[in-house]
Design a protein around this ligand. Sequence first.
Ligand SMILES: Cc1cc2nc3c(=O)[nH]c(=O)nc-3n(C[C@H](O)[C@H](O)[C@H](O)COP(=O)(O)O)c2cc1C
Length: 445
Amino acid sequence: MTDNTKKTPRTKPRFSATFDPFTISEIQRAAATGIYDIRGAGTKRKLPHFDDLLFLGASISRYPLEGYRERCDTDVVLGTRFAKKPIHLKTPVTIAGMSFGALSAQAKEALGRGASAVGTSTTTGDGGMTPEERGHSSTLVYQYLPSRYGMNPDDLRRADAIEVVVGQGAKPGGGGMLLGQKISSRVARMRDLPEGIDQRSACRHPDWTGPDDLEIKIEELREITAWEKPIYIKVGASRPYYDVSLAVKAGADVVVLDGMQGGTAATQEVFIEHVGLPILSAIRPAVQALQDLGMHRKVQLIVSGGIRSGADMAKALALGADAVAIGTAALIALGDQSPELADEYARLGTVPGAYDDWQDGRDPAGITTQDPELAARLDPILGGRRIANYLSVMTMEAQAIARACGKSHLHNLEPEDLVALTMEAAAMTRIPLAGTEWYPGRQGF
Ligand SMILES: Cc1cc2nc3c(=O)[nH]c(=O)nc-3n(C[C@H](O)[C@H](O)[C@H](O)COP(=O)(O)O)c2cc1C
């Protein structure tokens, strides 16, 4: 008989794939505190994404454009369906809605400055419009949210477009959270709620329950704004074919589709990681819905959720989107990289760019905070320059790819320019697997 007591002891713990170190620490944390984890940003796990697609580029069968001599245009017009004053942007990358409350007033101003410098739009968020962001945003989209925090009919008229938020990719079906430490007197005043007390935003609008009522709501918004402003409807990606079809039926000029990689200011970790669809899987059904209704390119499609670069933007456009929106990447771009701040981030157990405890309001760079001392560290002019630089780079990257594919406008990119690297990506996008003409479900190959 073997004597197990004589076995050589292990020198390292052996973790299972199911109970990995993070899972163990989460169970231990839950047991110790009785509180679920709340954080900002988007999903951390690896999901099918734009990295699973590649562009083919031109060679003999396709003719590329010369970078220094031949134009590749980037402009986009949003809201051409009903609005008397559609929005003209110089580049199809916009700044997504992020609330004043989640972000400091300085951060909102910097986003406005950066977006305006490159001729694109920025968006308000839960909690209303600040004079700083209106003043520094040449094109400002005003969010009309379930919570109605900070909603003001005069601000509807001051905006250049209105975005009716039905949901967000990080938490489709759920509302936002803003914890007491970020409810300064200004944030509280704007939201008509008490200072220093945790706030939860509603997960559904109080005055409509379905697409027929939404249609009436949209008409009301059009009447208030003299049919001038484009009306967007933003949905979290969960049933994109039906949601996009219903948004079009309800009268949207523009549909914003936000995938599960999308950032949030704060919500339950379990929500961020387990609800919604990766944006890669949601674009094709959304485009299909628009095509089936004869509305592709007539109702514009903006996609968001984990967009990081000009390559991601170009891939989204090639799949049929008209523009993209960024949240997390803009906050990373806004962040200060100086070594002193790196030390402060280290004390919070993180590094610049990866910090995601946005709910705590202790952001050393002054972006996701309402602490007046921390917020004062963010110079909106310098921050605006960083945003403008980053948006310009994204645009130039997308142009470089489009020219290599022989396209004189970013919107001429098409599915035919792409291949998929994985079976999953091929199945989700109906882009053929690299080196084949086949994707799962395609007949006759
Ligand atoms: C700090 C922060 C605050 C946000 N606040 C709002 C909001 O008020 N309303 C909203 O519709 N979405 C909000 N979002 C989601 C963004 O509008 C957008 O859908 C998401 O950031 C896009 O994904 P990305 O962060 O990967 O670019 C917020 C996101 C972040 C990062």
